[in-house]
Ligand binder design. Structure first.
Ligand SMILES: O=P(O)(O)OC[C@H]1O[C@](O)(COP(=O)(O)O)[C@@H](O)[C@@H]1O
Ligand SMILES: [Mg+2]
Length: 338
């Protein structure tokens, strides 16, 4: 019974893919490689802790609120500390913005030309205590010229160069979008926890029939979105089916592999009239992942990647994300053609 299935054979690591990509300049590779190593090491640590969560007593609340006014879970804190420490140690990250901290963490010892990272260290907090899918999300930016330090995450002078997430589920996945391609890796615990993948870029399949949204907010949505949801359930041919995990990483991952549209419009949970998902560390990285997989992410009107962050580093945006065919259909139906 110790026979390994053929498909479990070693293929490529994220570092091998980065090294082999001619479109990534060598100077950038020198920064990206240690950063990706920090993310995958953090993923291994988090996956191991999550797997033993109830035994370690870490699946509950930390007893305080974060900057968003949301209850902080113990694993939110552990994710914050783990990724912050590992990314700081690379000396290739100048500043780290996190959902869990009001202001970016500065790393004064880092390479002055180091990169900027925005992260949600633990996405889908409400799933922790029920052993459902959760994740970590990262946006990696090149900084503006050093004279512009004050506006390091805002304005339009920094550039999004990679987006990544880790999904903690029955297996642990690492997905990264860089240099126009999106790749999937799976952690192999029998291979030192290495993340391995085929090296083939991911593409959204076309013709998907999944829509993912928290439909309990239906009465709060604008009429165009209500009409679209009614249509996908009863007017569209073929009709679509609903799947919603309640963690962006899990919902987007399924839709990326199966073909599906994710919708978190404005007017979500009460008080979330700008949507719920944060631009810099949720919508941006997922938009890049979608775009490099042949899809698109919008706020219902314009591309997420065309939105310039303002002074609020934790600003929220509506998010509509998925393959081109489904997002384009949504835009046509709601009167905002792409
Ligand atoms: O309960 P809702 O309003 O549907 O929200 C679910 C959404 O909130 C999020 O969990 C974000 O919240 P956290 O990052 O604070 O865990 C998204 O991942 C998810 O899609
Ligand atoms: Mg979170």
């Amino acid at each position: 019974m110790d026979q390994e299935p053929q498909s479990a054979r070693r293929t490529k690591t994220p570092a091998e893919i980065i090294l082999e990509t001619p479109g990534i300049p060598d100077e950038l590779k020198k920064k990206l490689l240690p950063i990706i190593s920090a993310l995958t090491s953090g993923g291994r640590i988090m996956a191991s802790l999550i797997a033993r969560g109830p035994l370690l007593g870490i699946t509950g609340s930390a007893g305080k609120e974060n900057i968003q006014g949301e209850e902080v879970q113990t694993l939110d804190r552990i994710g914050q500390d783990t990724f912050c420490q590992l990314l700081g140690e690379t000396q290739k990250v100048r500043e780290l913005l996190s959902e869990e901290e009001p202001l970016p963490t500065l790393f004064p010892q880092a390479d002055p030309d180091g990169l900027l990272i925005a992260m949600d260290p633990l996405d889908g907090s409400s799933n922790i205590s029920v052993n459902a899918s959760i994740g970590s999300i990262f946006a990696i930016f090149s900084p503006p010229p050093s004279s512009d330090r004050g506006e390091i995450f805002g304005g339009d002078k920094r550039k999004l160069i990679a987006g990544a997430y880790i999904l903690y589920s029955a297996s642990t996945s690492f997905v990264i979008a860089v240099d126009q391609k999106t790749y999937l890796f799976t952690m192999d615990p029998s291979f030192g926890g290495e993340f391995l993948g085929t090296g083939e870029p991911l593409h959204f399949p076309s013709g998907g029939k999944i829509y993912s949204t928290n439909e309990s907010y239906f009465p709060l949505w604008e009429k165009g979105i209500q009409d679209y949801i009614t249509w996908v359930k009863s007017g569209r041919k073929p009709v679509m089916t609903s799947r919603y995990i309640g963690a962006l990483v899990g919902d987007l991952h399924r839709n990326l592999l199966k073909g599906g549209i994710y919708l978190y419009p404005a007017e979500g949970a009460p008080g979330k009239n700008h949507g719920k998902l944060r631009l810099l560390y949720e919508a941006y990285p997922m938009a890049l992942i979608c775009q490099f997989a042949g899809g698109i992410a919008t706020d219902g009107d314009r591309s997420i990647l065309s939105i310039k962050p303002g002074s609020d580093l934790h600003a929220r945006v509506p998010l509509i994300a998925g393959p081109m065919d489904l997002v384009s259909e949504f835009h046509t139906k709601t009167g905002h053609p792409l």
